[in-house]
Design a protein around this ligand. Structure first.
Ligand SMILES: Cc1cc2nc3c(=O)[nH]c(=O)nc-3n(C[C@H](O)[C@H](O)[C@H](O)COP(=O)(O)O)c2cc1C
Length: 240
């Protein structure tokens, strides 16, 4: 295997209480802002949640998310078309009607920024953990964080000095995720050993069981659908 190019990534869920120094934080955020952005627009916002009571309230709305509560830094990563609309209004221009395209590109913009933030944090010796569990309580978040219309919370990012040393967790073989020119349909003989290879990523030792809990009929993702849809509508990201 070739030498790693970046600081190794593994999600960290236990953090030391030590604060992240201001200059480190600003350096990380400056790196995050260098992310490429669709049509120059920077359709994202990061909401840094420093108020402990607010942090707790968000966590509780989401069913209790321990890393979110203990991390010295927590950022709510949002798709943001509000600022873009306000910029167009400076010129007296009406905003276009493109809620789905807007969500698509704002989600990409926000995700690229968050990934760069995490890469920079890890390069600075910090640990990070993305938090998709905010979707469990997504309907409460716009009210708690005063998000205006056209701002949609996507996920959170915890940042802090690690208080654990988790292993590098496995990934699917490259041959399953990299296609050349056309999509190659994998067969069961290829999928089965790949699923076995992924087993150590779980506590239970069965990756397929974890996938079932989240993605099978009746699973966690189905439960999240209604809250997400209602919040998309409320925040102005759906025309239906
Ligand atoms: C969009 C997204 C949402 C995630 N949500 C959570 C979460 O809510 N709680 C958590 O502990 N980890 C969360 N993770 C971290 C994943 O569980 C982790 O990346 C995965 O298990 C692989 O482990 P690794 O990051 O250590 O390689 C999330 C990751 C992503 C990309």
């Amino acid at each position: 295997m070739s030498a790693p190019l970046l600081a190794p990534h593994r999600s960290v869920r236990r953090f030391k209480p030590d604060p992240v120094p201001q200059e480190v934080l600003l350096a990380i955020l400056a790196e995050a802002q260098r992310a490429p952005t669709d049509a120059t627009a920077q359709m994202y916002s990061l909401v840094r949640i420093t108020d402990r009571d607010l942090r707790l309230a968000i966590s509780q709305a989401c069913g209790g998310v321990p890393p979110m509560e203990s991390a010295p830094e927590f950022f709510l990563v949002c798709a943001d078309l509000y600022r873009l609309r306000a910029l167009l209004h400076l010129e007296g221009l009406p905003f276009g009607n493109f809620p789905h395209i807007g969500l698509h590109f704002a989600t990409v913009d926000a995700s690229l920024v968050a990934q760069r933030l995490m890469d920079a944090a890890e390069a600075a010796g910090l640990g990070v953990c993305p938090i998709g569990a905010i979707v469990n309580g997504i309907a409460a978040i716009p009210g708690l964080c005063h998000l205006p219309p056209l701002v949609m919370p996507l996920f959170g990012v915890c940042v802090g000095y690690p208080d654990e040393d988790p292993p590098l967790r496995p990934r699917l073989p490259l041959s399953l995720v990299l296609h050349e020119n056309t999509y190659r349909i994998p067969d069961a003989e290829e999928l089965r050993p790949a699923a076995t290879f992924m087993n150590p990523i779980t506590r239970s030792g069965s990756w397929l069981s974890v996938l079932a809990r989240y993605f099978a009929a009746g699973g966690v993702m189905e439960e999240r659908e209604a809250g997400l849809y209602a919040t998309l509508q409320q925040q102005g990201f759906s025309t239906r």
